[in-house]
Ligand binder design. Sequence first.
Ligand SMILES: Cc1ncc(COP(=O)(O)O)c(C=O)c1O
Length: 376
Amino acid sequence: VNQTPPPPNAVLLNPGPVSVHPQVRDALAYPDVCHREPEVAALMANTRAKIAAICGGGNAYTGVLITGSGTAALEAAFASIVPPKGRILILDNGHYGKRLRDIVGAYRVPLSRLEFGWASRFDLAAIDRALAEDPTITHVGMVHHETSTGMLNPLQEVGEIVARHGRSLAVDAISSLGSEVLNIEKDNIDWCVGTANKCLEGLPGISFVCAPRAKLRQLGDQEPRGYYLDLYRHFVAQEENVPAFTPAVQVLYAFDRALDLTLTETVARRGRRYRDCAAELRRGLDRLGFRSLLPAQDMANSVTVAHLPSEISYTALHDALKRRGFVIYATQPKLGPTVRIANMGQLSEADLVAFLEALEEVVHDLRGAGTGARTM
Ligand SMILES: Cc1ncc(COP(=O)(O)O)c(C=O)c1O
């Protein structure tokens, strides 16, 4: 049997899981505990309230916790919220927009789709028209930060259109919550899906859906389409202070700590921290010949997708940076020779400076290697 390799101890520049605060990692060492005891009930109740606060929801809103990655909470939401006679319109401009469509398709939820093309902006007039023309559409689903391209989609504007047409908005906020402006009430969101291990700076294994309690209660009128990911089942159980199934309790303790740190820093200040970091990163990339995929005004605070200079391959770049202690991330093949660099999590100014220095060295070496290979 092969031994699992030791941890690389690298700075993570992938879009989650992120480098976490030591207090978050330490919280994982919570003593062995039974998930049906009052201490875990209190943990779950607190965590659910903190999620609602971070989403900008008042007392009428709550978080429903799901043990699983972000996709588990997406599936719980998108498989549960549309009634049998309803229809959801999916807004798609990238890999995660397509995933929403794939999830609702897998559950045979009646579906319409507006596809704008990867790295292309939403056409707000087309969304308005689609809702005006099709009264059978009851719900709209969208990704806030389309992590595949780094594009921040216009949540406030879509929320206004959806509310004006009296429909219900479900948002994948998995890579935006914690660093982008989002207010579940003001933005007219009914269903907001998030995860622990991106801009909320927790560890992987817990995700959630935040929604008004009244809307969650109404789900009880519908037949569930699934069992483990039936959102109503989780909601009812958590309202009664007993989880429906065994949650990843220690990961939840770590998430609770991460939420405290988020609330203390505030989402606004974290957003500024990420934005300043991204700006420095983008200036550094630009200097080295990595052209951004998107115009600056379309980019979220935490992900940069850039074209690779022609003489540099992603694999060579990744491997050389990994040897120097930095993990970068690939893009989907559809975008061509590009690289994705995220600045989520506990990334210090010193980490960023060290990364840009390492990048400069690696680019220099790889360009030299390329020239050498051609002249041989
Ligand atoms: C916008 C978005 N949605 C969904 C997911 C899927 O999350 P997970 O890999 O945690 O299931 C991701 C992951 O990067 C994401 O960025």
